[in-house]
Design a protein around this ligand. Sequence first.
Ligand SMILES: Cc1cc2nc3c(=O)[nH]c(=O)nc-3n(C[C@H](O)[C@H](O)[C@H](O)COP(=O)(O)OP(=O)(O)OC[C@H]3O[C@@H](n4cnc5c(N)ncnc54)[C@H](O)[C@@H]3O)c2cc1C
Length: 460
Amino acid sequence: MKLISILLPLPLFASSLVELENEVHQDLKFINFPACSWRPENEEICDVVIIGGGTAGPCLAFALQQRGIFNVQIFDEAEEGKEGPWLTTARMLTLRSSKDYPGPALDFPRLTCQAWYTAQYGKEAWEQLDKVPTSVWGTYLQWYKKVLNLNVRNGWKLQTIAPDSEETFILSFKNGKTIKARKVVLATGRSGFGGFEIPSFAEQLPKSCWAHTAEMIDPSNFKDKNICILGNGASAFDAARFALEQGAKKVYMIMRRKELPSFGYFAALSTVGFNLGYFFLDDQERIDIFRKGLELGTPPPFESIELIEDHPSFELLADTLVQKTSFSNDKIFLDTSTGLLSADFLIFATGYAVDGSKQPELSFFFDQIKLWGDQLKGLTGKLSRFPYLGPHFEFLEKQPGAAPFLKNIYCFNYGAFLSHGRISGDIDVIQFGIKRLADGIALSFFLERQHKPVELLCEN
Ligand SMILES: Cc1cc2nc3c(=O)[nH]c(=O)nc-3n(C[C@H](O)[C@H](O)[C@H](O)COP(=O)(O)OP(=O)(O)OC[C@H]3O[C@@H](n4cnc5c(N)ncnc54)[C@H](O)[C@@H]3O)c2cc1C
């Protein structure tokens, strides 16, 4: 077994990074960036508030600047540098996707991770990388924000969005502050529309003895301990590797499937045409595609499997269902369809829930948001709880005319996957989602006739 960690090498050519930054700024000048502002000046009301300073939030702010919209603020509950999963809970050594995708670069080759990495470590070093190390990606995203001068206000956790009128909202944050905004974008990531998927039996267990893979886990939970992991996706394998690295005595991975998924259904479908066109498929077709993708599952990256599959302390228990759990003498007992297991710590690699009623920020109007279950009668379960979004990621009303303000709230998190597909988050295709969203916001402002008086246009 290979247990390795990948560290960012020391930059070889720091001056080349400065050169790259100058070239980025020159490129932007060549295309007359920033575009001229056409929005009314109103310091008190923010045109667009973006919640989430991970990948999507900053990328959207850049896209809005390209469309002449500057009165934009990005907020994130995380501390500076810790936005998104990359430098905290993403335990994989490298990204799961190919290193060649443009990510948030939005058609600017010099804004790619490849350009940033090559400038500092050289072309050969890039060619030697199989995939981008996770910490490298996290550090690159920090540079992306810096070079584009995109400020994130950290330590601001959104709590509620209160419609103030049809046109504006009052956003309340945990730090006690409020912000008035015309449009709100929820770029809140995988857990942004319902949190984590946690089996109901976890309620009987003390929180100190379990965690979801998207939480920070204290490594002291692993040394000489028996660990059970529920789930078989990429995050399950990364958590298993992490536990073994920390000296776990035994790691059981429990999965319901008879075999690990071997066919990447979503990846196979993922042409540019499919990603651009998915939204325009009819409802039933989108449901069929999504349902099939969930049923088939996503294969964990082979490198994540390879790192642990032969470890003597690792065991994959296939075709196994947890039926009952109990807790006594600091041990968890799992009664499974293939026998009784005991563990000191349990990890749920069970993915993300879809349940907007759990999002405090939607509490004032969640009942008025149209869901897929409202659109397709008879649809049940997880798919029915996805929001049924409009063409630019905006929420739609359950009752037409009852909550017109919903068109000004854009859902660019996991909740958008059933309506728009993977373009609302995955690195290979996020650019398509961001452009669609930014176009929609600009269009909506224009159609609301909310622009500067004509004689003042282009007087920046
Ligand atoms: C572990 C992991 C590995 C992944 N690996 C890959 C990969 O290799 N390739 C790929 O294509 N995709 C991958 N993805 C999917 C996707 O690329 C990532 O989820 C990516 O982070 C999405 O970017 P985002 O900006 O939408 O969300 P995030 O990066 O998650 O950013 C969301 C931000 O919103 C903030 N936030 C949430 N709620 C609030 C609130 N109420 N108030 C204020 N701030 C809030 C969070 O603090 C967070 O910083 C991975 C996802 C995960 C979880």
